[in-house]
Design a protein around this ligand. Structure first.
Ligand code: HPA
Ligand code: MG
Length: 169
């Protein structure tokens, strides 16, 4: 099944460029240490970092959820190896949905004593959230439906699509 287009390739490219300008302005040409959340933010990160005007370091974090005794829990199965102490970190994630993943990554990164942490997501779903955190930079707000493409997956499929799409049920 081919996903229907929600955000076409050209619109993504334009917006990613604009986002990069917003971020470059916020960092005032000082170095940015990107922490990209695998695997979903892979494509977005690769495009975004090429438009930034600052010097960029990049590392990754991989988060998986597992069933705890009472509820879903998150754990980092890969953690950044870069020394983050005193760095100005930009966490880059694909989608702000429940917010739990971004909150988890934020807390994980905060433990490494960076000078600052800002957060950037490509997509923000319009849903009610239980977390305090709000991303500093948002590419697109989207309705509450499951999307794939441009890094986002369902069962690891469709990450390679150049657009953001949705599956008709
Ligand atoms: N698509 C893919 N991955 C996701 C989504 C989505 O809509 N929401 C949270 N993770
Ligand atoms: Mg996924």
């Amino acid at each position: 099944m081919t996903p229907k287009v929600l955000i076409p390739e050209e619109k993504i490219r334009q917006r990613v460029q604009e986002l990069a300008d917003e971020i470059s302005e916020a960092f005032q040409n000082t170095p940015v240490t990107i922490i990209s959340v695998l695997k979903g933010a892979l494509v977005f990160t690769a495009d975004l970092m090429r438009f930034l005007k600052s010097n960029v370091e990049v590392d990754f974090i991989r988060v998986k959820s597992y069933r705890g005794e009472k509820k879903e829990k998150l754990e980092a199965t890969y953690k950044p190896e870069l020394n983050l102490k005193g760095k100005n970190v930009l966490i880059v994630d694909d989608i702000f949905d429940t917010g739990e993943s971004l909150q988890f990554v934020y807390r994980e990164i905060a433990q490494h004593s960076p000078a600052s942490i800002r957060t950037c997501v490509l997509l923000e779903k319009e849903v009610e959230r239980k977390v305090d955190i709000k991303p500093d930079f948002v590419g697109f707000k989207i309705p509450n439906r499951f999307v794939v493409g441009y890094g986002l997956d369902i069962n690891d499929m469709y990450r390679e699509l150049p657009y953001i799409g949705y599956l008709d049920k």
